[in-house]
Design a protein around this ligand. Structure first.
Ligand code: PA5
Length: 476
């Protein structure tokens, strides 16, 4: 079970930069508010945009696990084993979870290992339209396994996302040219089960598909086939992920603030953010494999909570800037700022009790007196000491911080972590009285792109862009 230590967010540790513990204690104002919000969330679960809370429960869970296993079996039957390469095409909520799961649960060297030594295919998640990046992955696949050993997993709920659609159009052409009628076996799509452009394409082409259910937005979709298919193909235990989410779900339905980690983290972050000026929220894992979970968190926190208006229509321009950092690496890059710069941050440190590999102890025998303190110790001990030392140094500068501890980095605990932050986001949305599930500000850029790329019906946006960004001469 993940544990959360929030003592360093309290005024008893960080003075006026922390919260009064009485407000969080039983009967305290924040505890009462949390109980009311929990009742509200328990009542709304599974409805509207809260269907993501059902992903780890039957019937949705069973349906998705079945769909993923069937699709994987079909792929393996066609490829007569594992494909050599799995290329995921998607962006935002249709990519960040996949990337985070791979980084957390497969070795950093996964793609470098020979096929007998890695679980499933090499995996590439192309979440950008940088042509050089795209071409480099495509060239690699073409020459390492070739198209007949490469599977594409296109993920788009809408099917209209310009980045994913354009990548898909290129890939479809390549596969059709190279593989003819077999091309359809090399694309597995995750999209809306009933509507949308991608759905139509899949039905027409005869691709195997899996659903992104209604009411599950992109950034809340990692525990649906969006994240589960590529995870299952690369040996990640998807049932353990979902079990972890289910375990965290139990904790997050408890009315007592002191027993509900999501309500507690939301209370700390929103209160410190809105009343104490801590508007930047840093997630700093002390484990490389957790670093990209911080990237997944960035989207969840930014897109869900960064809103112009609240639910009454009042302009609030609320939200917190999520920042990712890595311990110990960023102790040598960012901690100077975190300790002596503006006191406008809360740091969430992630640590791991049982690091999976701790090679041989640091040997003795070098004979350099200033380094003898390291002899006989281990990298894990050094990492833990550095984390504790940094925590202490942050407290000394009255910088609020908390620690989430993973007993181990495995699928179960990663599932817990994912569900925890989705729930923290739901609580934070309630506390801020905003819609955590929309992203209206993303639209204008999309429409302007359509206009600039000549999409029918969007020419007015091209004119507006040209006018708004007209040359002024302020250029050097
Ligand atoms: O969180 C979100 O809703 C977005 O990041 C989407 O996932 C992203 O824009 C991709 O959308 P789609 O899956 O429709 O291609």
């Amino acid at each position: 079970m993940l544990t959360i230590d929030y003592a360093n967010c309290l005024s008893s540790r960080v003075g006026p930069h922390g919260l009064d513990p009485d407000r969080l204690a039983d009967g305290g104002e924040l505890a009462k508010a949390a109980a009311a919000m929990t009742a509200k969330l328990n009542a709304s679960r599974g409805k509207g945009w809260e269907r993501w809370r059902e992903l780890h429960r039957d019937p949705m869970r069973a349906e998705h696990v079945q769909a993923v296993n069937d699709a994987a079996a079909k792929v393996r039957a066609h490829f007569k084993g594992e494909p050599e390469n799995l290329v995921v095409l998607g962006i935002g909520g249709s990519a960040l979870g996949n990337i985070a799961l791979q980084a957390a649960l497969n070795p950093a060297t996964h793609n470098l290992l020979p096929s007998g030594q890695r679980s499933g295919p090499r995996i590439f998640v192309i979440d950008n339209v940088d042509p050089a990046y795209f071409a480099s992955v495509m060239d690699f696949c073409k020459t390492n396994g070739g198209w007949d050993k490469t599977l594409f997993n296109v993920i788009s709920k809408s099917g209209e996302t310009a980045e994913t659609a354009s990548q898909f159009m290129i890939v479809r052409d390549i596969l059709n040219d190279a593989l003819g009628k077999n091309a359809k076996h090399h694309v597995v799509a995750v999209t809306d089960p009933a509507k949308g452009t991608m759905r139509q394409i899949c039905d027409f082409e005869g691709y195997t598909t899996m659903p992104v259910p209604d009411g599950v937005g992109g950034r809340f979709s990692v525990l649906s086939p969006v994240g589960l298919f590529s995870a299952a193909m690369t040996g990640i235990d998807i049932n353990a992920l979902l079990d972890g989410a289910a375990e965290m779900d139990q904790r997050c339905t408890k009315p007592e603030l002191g027993k509900n980690p999501a309500a507690m983290l939301a209370a700390l972050l929103v209160e410190l953010g809105t009343r104490n000026g801590k508007i930047n929220h840093v997630m700093m894992p002390y484990a490389n494999n957790l670093y990209l979970l911080a990237d997944w968190f960035r989207q969840l926190w930014a897109e869900s909570l960064g809103k112009r208006v609240d639910n009454t229509g009042a302009v609030v321009n609320t939200g917190f800037t999520p920042i990712k950092a890595l311990g110990t690496t960023d102790q040598h890059s960012q901690v100077q700022l975190y300790r002596e710069g503006p006191n406008d941050k809360v740091l969430g440190l992630l640590d791991v009790t049982e690091l999976s590999e701790d090679p041989a102890n640091i040997p003795s025998g070098l004979g350099v007196e200033t380094l003898t303190y390291l002899e006989g110790s281990s990298l894990a001990a050094l990492l833990a000491a550095e984390k504790r030392a940094t925590e202490y140094a942050l407290v000394e500068s009255q910088r609020p911080n908390f620690t989430i501890t993973f007993p181990r980095v495995d699928a179960h605990h990663v599932g817990e972590f994912i569900y925890l932050w989705e729930m923290v986001t739901a609580y934070a949305g309630l506390m801020l009285n905003i819609d955590a599930y929309d992203q209206p500000a993303v639209e204008l850029g999309k429409q302007a792109t359509f206009g600039l790329m000549g999409r029918k019906g969007y020419s007015e946006f091209k004119s507006k862009v040209d006018e708004g960004l007209a040359e002024t001469g302020y250029r050097m």
